[in-house]
Design a protein. Structure first.
Length: 173
């Protein structure tokens, strides 16, 4: 008899705990190996895994955009630049707008993410990272299949996207 709740011996989580642990390991392994994806010849397991995560991320980003926009226009989260003042700034050149509204440039917007007009940037930034997450999702699958060239391309893509996001490539700011 196995060590479970009804047996004597050292305490254990019982057979139910072992089953849950085993199920979690199988799901984790299946996620990174792409086991749950089968191909009918039209799309590879990696393509299906990439597409599934992209679809999920796109839907989450869309919901985030709608929620943040509603929080902004309803006034629940007050903006940095009030809506009624916006027309005054529309015709200004960018440098004058930035100076008049005391708005930071680059990643400085993160300091204002709690303001309604900048809260909207969070789901946009999230959507911009989905491609990176999708690439990272398929990297273990490619590596497990011994696809060194495709794995190297994925690593290079992620590196380029992270460099672009970092702001180091921005000129003149």
């Amino acid at each position: 008899m196995a060590n479970d709740e009804h047996s004597s011996g050292p305490p254990s989580f019982g057979s139910r705990g072992r089953q849950l642990g085993s199920a979690a390991r199988r799901q984790f392994t299946a996620f990174f190996s792409g086991e749950k994806y089968s191909s009918d010849g039209r799309a590879s397991r990696e393509q299906m895994a990439y597409a599934e995560l992209l679809d999920l991320g796109m839907k989450a980003g869309l919901v985030g955009m709608i929620v943040c926009f509603l929080l902004y226009v309803s006034g629940i989260v007050p903006p940095h630049v009030p809506l009624d003042e916006m027309p005054r700034y529309w015709s200004m050149p960018v440098h004058e707008y930035l100076e008049a509204t005391k708005v930071p440039t680059g990643w400085g917007w993160l300091k204002l993410a709690g303001k309604g007009d900048y809260l909207n940037f969070l789901p946009v930034a999230f959507l911009a990272t989905i491609t990176i997450a999708c690439y990272l999702r398929i990297l273990p699958m490619l590596s497990a299949r011994g696809e060194r060239i495709f794995s190297a391309i994925v690593v290079a893509e992620v590196a380029v996207l992270l460099l672009a996001v970092s702001g180091y490539l921005a000129g003149g700011h």
